[in-house]
Design a protein around this ligand. Structure first.
Ligand SMILES: CSC[C@H]1O[C@@H](n2cnc3c(N)ncnc32)[C@H](O)[C@@H]1O
Ligand SMILES: [Zn+2]
Length: 439
């Protein structure tokens, strides 16, 4: 079937496949068939192949869909509820009480849908989520056409939806089995953090994750306080403790990692663990800085995430990537740290690799899923275009996202959500805001 006509042929001015690194293709076509990338060729050759639908995209840049490798989708309903506080005060005095009061299945349903809509509009085609009622998040992702890794939250105490860690793990295994063959959803384990999950539950979780070959997604080394407390309580740093418990490995996703010494880096390298950098949340909560350039040079896979909208306060991964590129230079003391092309790689292929999905998504390569975003670079603020990747990272906002496809299906077309009702989502969110904000 090598010459079967394409379902859709996209003809942009620029196409950045991300792999091979640093390449910008001019006036090439990208063909989609059965949800996959079936052709990348110079315009004239691409047109000869024939397609059911052809879309001319002059002045537009195509890249892989962005991958938001860490967040708490439903928390978007808590956006702006408690700002300008350090992590533990923010969590213990504000967020956890609000969660105890408000989070139920309905909250997760509405909050996740809000987050999905915002992320689609921001050029994000896949996100990693860690929140309560993960089965409800799966349901919303399934219905929306988005792609996601949903984590099963595990803590030592009762949480909305599970009386204890055993129940959370039991429900998690069932969810994992239900989603096993889903083409756009994967399920991982989400132990919340080293300070909320003890050795016994981490060991149970490790055995299950190993058996199922599931990812482990966890907040680690978020603050100096966390590291200090672990040294006092366990006599070792959190990452070393997790390594002793056997959690580190290629499926381990260490979120934050702001307090890092050379031994930590050696552990990440030796175990092939991924780091998920959340610069804006770390800045806002004054948690610290993840030394991205140092990790990258050491060979650690570094992805990027927004974290929840209650600590960011948006789900703008393109803006986040710009922050990361700027911050990396300040932290490394080098203007060449995390250049624009590597920043885009961090927001795409590295995210895919962290989630174990780099065989399927993260770059525009033949045979991969057609998860693609089109940015409009025709505006005043984007001129002139010497390097579209430089323009994208340093001078373009998410408002320039024009189209988004996931598995070849348009979820955002001509700046309109195709499957979600934006007005209804805004109205529902306002109702939640009025209820939660009423004191
Ligand atoms: C287990 S579900 C995720 C939990 O993580 C909490 N959370 C959100 N942001 C952060 C963060 N930056 N660090 C630690 N926990 C967080 C959420 O409020 C929720 O209780
Ligand atoms: Zn988080």
């Amino acid at each position: 079937m090598a010459d079967a006509p394409l379902d859709l042929l996209l003809l942009p001015t620029w196409l950045v496949p991300v792999e091979p690194a640093g390449v910008v293709l001019h006036d090439h076509g990208l063909g989609i068939r059965d949800g996959k990338i079936a052709l990348i060729a110079p315009r004239a050759d691409a047109l000869r192949r024939g397609a059911t639908q052809i879309r001319e995209l002059p002045g537009r840049l195509l890249t892989p869909g962005l991958i938001n490798a860490h967040g708490h989708a439903a928390m978007t309903l808590f956006r702006g509820l408690a700002d300008d506080l350090p992590l533990m005060t923010w969590l213990e005095k504000h967020i956890w009480p609000a969660e105890a009061k408000w989070v139920d299945e309905r909250f997760v349903q509405d909050g996740t849908e809000l987050a999905i809509a915002e992320q689609i509009k921001s050029g994000i085609s896949c996100f990693a989520d860690m929140y309560f009622f993960p089965e409800m998040a799966c349901e919303r992702v399934h219905a929306s056409g988005m792609r996601a890794q949903i984590s099963i939250p595990v803590l030592d105490f009762a949480i909305p939806g599970a009386r204890d860690a055993d129940e959370a793990l039991r429900k998690g295994v069932t969810l994992f089995d239900e989603m096993r063959h889903h083409s756009r959803l994967s399920v991982a384990f989400g132990p919340h953090a080293p300070y909320t999950v003890g050795d016994a539950n981490l060991e149970k979780l490790r055995i299950l994750a190993e058996e199922l070959d599931a990812g482990i997604h966890m907040h680690v080394h978020e603050t100096a306080f966390e590291v200090q407390q672990s040294l006092e309580q366990h006599g070792e740093r959190p990452l070393a403790r997790l390594h002793r418990l056997g959690l580190l490995g290629p499926r381990f996703q260490a979120v934050h990692m702001t307090q890092i010494d050379d031994d930590d880096i050696a552990l990440l390298v030796a175990t092939n663990s991924s780091v998920i950098h959340c610069p804006e949340s770390n800045l806002k909560l004054a948690s610290g800085f993840c030394p991205v350039e140092k990790l990258w040079q050491a060979g650690v896979n570094v992805a990027i995430g927004t974290d929840g909208a209650a600590s960011n306060n948006d789900l703008d991964l393109l803006g986040e990537t710009r922050t990361a590129a700027l911050l990396a230079k300040a932290v490394a003391g080098s203007a060449s740290a995390l250049d624009a092309h590597r920043a885009l790689r961090m927001a795409t292929l590295n995210g895919a690799r962290a989630l174990g999905l780099d065989g399927e998504i993260g770059s525009l390569e033949l045979g991969k899923a057609a998860d693609i975003v089109a940015f409009d670079l025709r505006g005043l603020a984007q001129q002139p275009v010497y390097d579209p990747v430089s323009q994208l990272i340093y001078a373009t906002s998410r408002d320039c996202v024009e189209h988004l496809w996931v598995a070849g299906k348009p979820l955002f077309e001509d700046r309109r959500l195709t499957r979600l009702d934006e007005e209804r989502i805004i109205a529902t969110t306002r109702q939640w805001g009025a209820k939660i904000g009423h004191r």
